[in-house]
Design a binder for this molecule. Structure first.
Ligand SMILES: *Cc1c(COP(=O)(O)O)cnc(C)c1O
Length: 233
């Protein structure tokens, strides 16, 4: 087993334990291996262990890796997406986690329709109100969901948040809990074409807390692949 494979096994075990502690089934939580900045060789090591879900935050990087790796993987666009870059990924992703403007939703819709696709999307919510982060304010999320619900070619499947970087994951529990509550509130409104099935929340530092609060996707990069080196970008 390689270092990366050992890391992965450790993360998977912690996910199982968190599910057990929360009385949830491990099948209800999908691990997305966040492979941004990492080479395809590292992705292959993770694939060998049966992982199919990978997350990238740059469209061109997602496209390049998609083209170098076998079909059958599920690629998640998890980063801020500029409208002029949708074309690189529209036919390659299984889900876009980061929809936070009507213009972006409209452009994804138009390009999906052109290709005969329906793209599952999540609405990105800035739960902690951090200035530096993208995302909707919690209180505008329902109205936003209504607005984009009428667009063809996209299907709203839930919410995504990037919690603050903290030393102690307990500090983020409140944001995960509020996000779950927000998704329940929106689900109760029975908006056509809006489902609140998925909650994408939790990263290397706080995924267990996110699972306890209802995450269906956790996005783990460093914990699997090791530290990222941004010096060459
Ligand atoms: C990089 C990234 C992650 C993974 O972060 P780690 O702390 O390395 O696990 C998760 N979600 C998003 C949106 C990211 O950009």
């Amino acid at each position: 087993m390689s270092e990366i494979q050992k890391n992965l096994a450790g993360i998977q075990q912690r996910i199982r334990r968190a599910c057990e502690a929360a009385g949830r089934s491990p099948e209800d939580v999908t691990l997305i291996a966040v492979s941004k900045t990492k080479p395809v060789s590292a992705i292959r090591e993770v694939m060998q262990e049966g992982i199919c879900d990978f997350g990238e935050n740059r469209p061109q990087e997602l496209r390049d890796k998609y083209e170098q790796l076998p079909p059958g993987l599920s690629w998640h666009m998890i980063g801020h997406l500029q409208r002029n870059k949708i074309k690189y990924i529209i036919d390659k992703v299984c889900m876009i986690h980061s929809v936070d403007t009507v213009e972006l939703a409209e452009d994804i819709s138009a390009q999906a329709v052109k290709r005969g696709l329906v793209i599952p999307v999540l609405l990105e919510v800035n739960m902690a109100g951090e200035e530096s982060k993208f995302g909707l304010r919690p209180e505008e999320t329902e109205a936003f969901a209504r607005t984009v619900s009428v667009l063809p070619g996209i299907h709203v499947r839930g919410l995504m948040t990037i919690a603050p970087y903290v030393e102690d994951p307990e500090e983020n529990r409140v944001y995960f809990r509020r996000m779950k509550e927000l998704s329940i509130d929106i689900a109760r409104k029975n908006i056509d074409n809006v489902d609140m099935i998925d909650l994408s929340m939790g990263m290397t530092g706080d995924f267990e807390t996110a699972i306890e609060e209802g995450a269906t996707f956790v996005r783990v990069g460093t914990g699997i692949f090791g530290e990222r080196d941004y010096s060459g970008r």
